[in-house]
Design a protein around this ligand. Structure first.
Ligand code: ADP
Length: 394
């Protein structure tokens, strides 16, 4: 059974085509600069990579070209082979606590919730409409970034602000990266052979969030009302004192959304280092004795450790900590330093094993009081699995 996972952004569309009988990736690729000049696509399959510039006026164009290419390249023989389309959807507010079959109501909700994810929800709708146009009645499933976090208690998701802001305007913590954290929990269930355990999942990439999980359910997470909250990220500040906003507005003659834009786009590693948002560049600069790069990396590590410590106490101890995403899967020194800071909790890792990149590995030694793992995330596979399950159980 072939299922395609889609991640539609405002000017891009990423896809992964799976053969779900063995969960094998048949083809993957990205359509970029949709609706902008110099649009292009890249398709990887069978060890080959095809890249081509092509005019893509909108998402419908991109999906049309994608499906044509899948047939031209003999990746599939006919469109009928695609039994389902899974869409990564960003914001389901508190209405969606699991993946769903996409109906008109789901599309209307995505549109209604767009002020909560102004860049993402409209793009997700474009992706859904483009596939509906191309594939007609092929079932589609929506997998929300926010869904996994719906098990948080009121105490966890409410901010200490006037209750009316929550009741009337929906101001609360929603959390993001839920599909990735859920994948981590499922992987750990597979590895440990049980469901009852306490874990802290660290999805640290360009964006990043930490999630406290008990018995497969989210108890708390670091991102909040938007993905700006929580740990320090590539270009995002993470948590700051909100009084900074009017103060900087005054100093720089900006309005509130311009300052929030600065917190989203020129803060984090980039802001502190004044060099780059990319951890590889930061580590390279540290080799060159750049003090601001060192400061940026140290602050980054500290913010991750702050959240792990907080969730350790919240969960009343932890069985496993796992790292994933760009930095979590690849950055040997960042993982090492986070784990060194956690020695007080009895964490001990094997530095030889920590030298591995991009693969599943248990880092902790037998003496460690907490198991530490690296688990490469696979949100696309989660989307394809949910899609298959929902289609089969309709
Ligand atoms: P996104 O949140 O955009 O999906 P990724 O999960 O791909 O981002 O993470 C991107 C981050 O991962 C970048 O900061 C990059 O520096 C980091 N990264 C990727 N490979 C390495 C590596 N080998 N060493 C250190 N950092 C890495």
């Amino acid at each position: 059974m072939k299922i395609i996972s889609i991640n539609a952004g405002s000017s891009s569309l990423k896809f992964t085509l799976f053969e779900m009988d063995n969960e094998e990736v048949i083809a993957t690729g990205v359509f970029e600069r949709i609706g902008i000049e110099n649009s292009k696509y890249t398709i990887k399959y069978n060890g080959e990579k095809i890249e081509q510039e092509i005019e893509l006026k909108d998402h419908t164009d991109a999906v049309k070209v994608l499906l044509e290419k899948l047939i031209d390249l003999s990746i599939i023989n006919s469109l009928e082979e695609i039994k389902g389309v899974g869409h990564r959807l960003v914001h389901g507010k508190d209405k969606y606590s699991s993946s769903v079959l996409i109906t008109d109501e789901v599309v209307q909700d995505l549109e209604a919730f767009k002020e909560f994810a102004p860049l993402h929800n409209p793009a997700n709708v474009l992706g859904i409409k483009a596939f509906k146009e191309a594939l007609g009645d092929v079932p589609m499933v929506g997998v929300f970034d926010t869904a996994f976090h719906q098990t948080m208690s009121e105490e966890a998701y409410l901010y200490a602000v006037p209750y009316k802001w929550y009741k009337e305007y929906g101001v609360r913590k929603y959390g993001f990266h839920g599909t990735s954290h859920r994948y981590m929990a499922l992987k750990m269930k597979e590895i440990l052979g049980k469901e009852n355990f306490k874990m802290i999942s660290c999805h640290i990439g360009n964006g990043g969030s930490i999630c406290a999980i008990k018995d497969m359910k989210c108890v708390d997470t670091s991102m909040g009302f938007t993905p700006l909250a929580g740990i320090m990220m590539g270009t995002r500040s993470g948590d700051v004192d909100p009084s900074i906003i009017p103060y900087v507005m005054e100093k720089e003659g900006k309005n509130a959304s311009e300052v929030v834009d600065d917190l989203n786009k020129v803060s984090g590693l980039l802001g502190l280092s004044e060099y780059s948002s990319d951890m590889r560049d930061i580590l390279g600069q540290i080799e060159e004795n750049n003090p601001k790069a060192l400061l940026a990396k140290n602050k980054y590590v500290r913010r991750v450790v702050d959240y792990i410590a907080q969730y350790y106490v919240l969960l009343g101890g932890v069985d496993v900590i796992c790292f994933t995403a760009g930095v979590g899967e690849n950055s040997v020194p960042v993982r090492r330093e986070i784990c060194e800071a956690l020695e007080v909790l009895g964490v001990k890792i094997d530095n030889e094993l920590n030298n591995k990149r991009g693969q599943e590995v248990k880092l902790s030694t037998n003496e460690s009081k907490i198991d530490v793992y690296v688990i490469p995330t696979d949100e696309e596979l989660m989307i394809a699995r949910d899609t298959m399950n929902i289609i089969q159980n309709r």
